[in-house]
Design a protein around this ligand. Sequence first.
Ligand code: ATP
Ligand code: MG
Length: 266
Amino acid sequence: MFPSSTAIRVEHVTQRFRLIHERPDTLREVFAKRFKGKSSVHDFEALKDVSFEVHHGEMLGVVGVNGSGKSTLLKVVSGVYAPSAGKVEVNGRLASLLELGSGMHPELTGRENIILNGLLMGYSKKQMKAREQRIIDFADIGEFIDVPLKQYSSGMYARLAFSVATEVDPDILVVDEILSVGDANFAAKSFKRMMDFRDSGKTILFVTHSMQQVLQYCDRAILLEAGRLVIDGAPEEVIERYAPGTLASTSALASASEKYLASLRE
Ligand SMILES: Nc1ncnc2c1ncn2[C@@H]1O[C@H](COP(=O)(O)OP(=O)(O)OP(=O)(O)O)[C@@H](O)[C@H]1O
Ligand SMILES: [Mg+2]
């Protein structure tokens, strides 16, 4: 179906940001800066020479502590940022569910954002109108669908963004941890949808802080530390490196969760 078995290829990607320290701390520093001409701007690398591949049909977990570069990596893969160095190749139609504030327009209503997102993905307005009701039903945010996004709660935003990303029938789904802000009902519903996606052979790149989810759902995982990819391997190996000594308890949690899900299906 695809010309290559690789859905996403990230090669030697470095992402640099310019950090500007705007507020001098003391009066003395203000003068020191003015007279010595010191600059408080410096470059910061959020991703450093990162390379990995995701194959079609694979679910890859991305883990790492706060600030390690996970969301930045997802934005580079989704085309929100052009990498400062290296390259990203994507084979297939990609939909992404990024952290709050990316990919949706705050001044537009939910309904308008549905159309806008579809247009950005290459669908016509008519095609999106045909999907609109399904998206609204799954998001289930009531009258807020006609309210500007800036008035949404985090959970409402996540509901709408997830619903749009999964209803546009992508080959590749990129999901930041925003699903964790949904309530229990929505978390279960969205996870089920993500699993249906995986089972139908689609590719998923998934950021999570839950080692249980990595173990239970991912085929493979990568660990980022201060912008560097330090391990790419089986979920067990990555968990052992990231949170040493927790694999046994994580496995117990994962199997309890499997049993619970199976009992719901009976
Ligand atoms: N637009 C930006 N400008 C400057 N620095 C940024 C920008 N976006 C991210 N960073 C910095 O890059 C680093 C990585 O941020 P990123 O959001 O990718 O981390 P993360 O792994 O997703 O963290 P978390 O678990 O908290 O979501 C952080 O130090 C952050 O301050
Ligand atoms: Mg993040």
